[in-house]
Design a protein around this ligand. Structure first.
Ligand code: NAD
Length: 351
């Protein structure tokens, strides 16, 4: 074994029903006296209860998916006008993304309270959109200093969004196994992430109020994000980044739909990943395990359901081909990528 692994410094507080006490404790540790709360309008109620015990100087609710630059700039200006000394963000990846956009230029510490399984709270990756172009980068300043996980906040996330978001987390795990900085440590996180997500998500579909299911999915989402942050973007993330940016496809649903096709594409040439995934799913093959889970979840099937068209494939391939990681186990060509996208567009059998 030979590898270099970097671990991100972050405190994790995980307790159902204890988010409000958790953020008070974390803000106390930072010593902040003037808190900016970022939460979108739909999450305002959750944010109000979670932040009731804090010295809040500003509630900011302009949250837009993919963080347009002008939205980030207004939030930065509001933070500085209010003299904020810390941010508490309550919401999904879009909300955490805005908090990161503020931290990137102000250096304000973030305490993140996630309400989806996107996992942005556990990465040092930021993303900003200018016009139709999304730029991403990494910076230690945007990594939240602490995360407060409370599975009780997840029960309002509708089942279809929970499934898409949970499979987005699963995609972080799977893609980590062949990403450019894949190593035995992030593979261990990824494998355990698959195991608990596969156990938790069906419980949520059966009963959205299942705390056991919500806790497993949330814990899995954290493991998934850590493995992704550490291993980097593999083929799956490169494809979804192009599709999301160029065709404005919804983030979690795109990941959920594309994943089985990337797995079928790479698994035959990635025996160690295949074995890890097969074992984590408890199935005869990794592909069979993923398909059985997707069936149990009634997962999204076809990119065309989200507005992607067969005529979009050549331009998408042109953008994807140059960014395919050199470490990808299967050699990508314009032809086999076009086949992959055609199958994902139509929702064909991935095998
Ligand atoms: P999102 O944050 O846009 O939320 C999706 C929807 O769910 C919204 O309508 C929101 O109001 C609703 N919602 C959220 N929590 C809820 C709850 N508990 N109950 C009811 N409704 C709730 O979507 P997302 O998938 O969480 O995040 C997507 C964004 O995050 C994308 O921009 C993506 O690029 C980014 N992202 C970044 C990273 C990173 O590491 N930087 C990782 C993953 C995702």
């Amino acid at each position: 074994m030979k590898f270099v692994h970097e671990t991100s410094p972050q405190r994790i507080r995980f307790a159902t029903g204890a988010a409000a006490a958790g953020v008070v404790a974390e803000i106390g540790l930072i010593g902040a006296k003037r808190v900016m709360v970022i939460a979108g309008v739909p999450e305002a109620g959750i944010a109000k209860s979670v932040t009731a015990g804090l010295p809040v100087v500003l509630h900011h609710d302009e949250v837009v998916m993919h963080v347009p630059v002008e939205v980030a700039e207004r939030a930065r200006a509001a933070a500085s006008a209010a003299g904020a000394d810390a941010i508490v963000c309550v919401g999904g990846g879009s909300t955490t993304g805005l908090a990161k956009g503020v931290a990137l230029t102000t250096g304000l510490p973030i305490v993140a309270v996630p309400t989806t399984y996107a996992g942005s709270e556990a990465t040092h990756v930021w993303g900003l959109t200018q016009g139709a172009r999304k730029t991403t980068g990494t910076d230690p300043r945007v990594l939240p200093v602490s995360i407060v996980y409370d599975a009780g906040l997840m029960v309002t996330l509708p089942v279809d969004l929970s499934v898409a978001s949970g499979l987005n987390a699963l995609a972080h795990c799977v893609d980590s196994l062949w990403a450019p900085r894949a190593d035995p440590i992030n593979a261990a996180f990824a494998t355990e992430g698959v195991r608990v997500l596969a156990a938790g998500l069906p419980k949520i579909v059966q009963d959205p109020y299942s705390i056991e299911g919500r806790e497993q999915a949330l814990y899995g989402a954290y493991l998934a994000a850590v493995s992704f942050a550490s291993a980097g973007s593999g083929l799956h993330h490169k494809i979804c980044h192009v599709l999301g940016g160029k065709y404005d496809l919804p983030h979690a649903q795109t990941h959920a739909t594309v994943l089985p096709y990337v797995l079928a594409f790479n698994a035959p040439n990635a025996p160690a990943a295949e074995e890890r995934l097969r074992t984590a799913f408890g199935a005869s093959t990794a592909g069979a395990g993923l398909q059985a889970l997707r069936q149990a979840l009634d997962a999204p099937r076809a990119l065309r359901d989200f507005g992607f068209k067969e005529s979009d494939i050549p331009a998408a391939v042109e953008d994807i081909l140059p960014v395919v990681p050199v470490t990808n186990p299967t050699l990508a060509t314009a032809d086999n990528l076009a086949d992959l996208l055609r199958s994902a567009c139509e929702g064909n059998d991935p095998e």
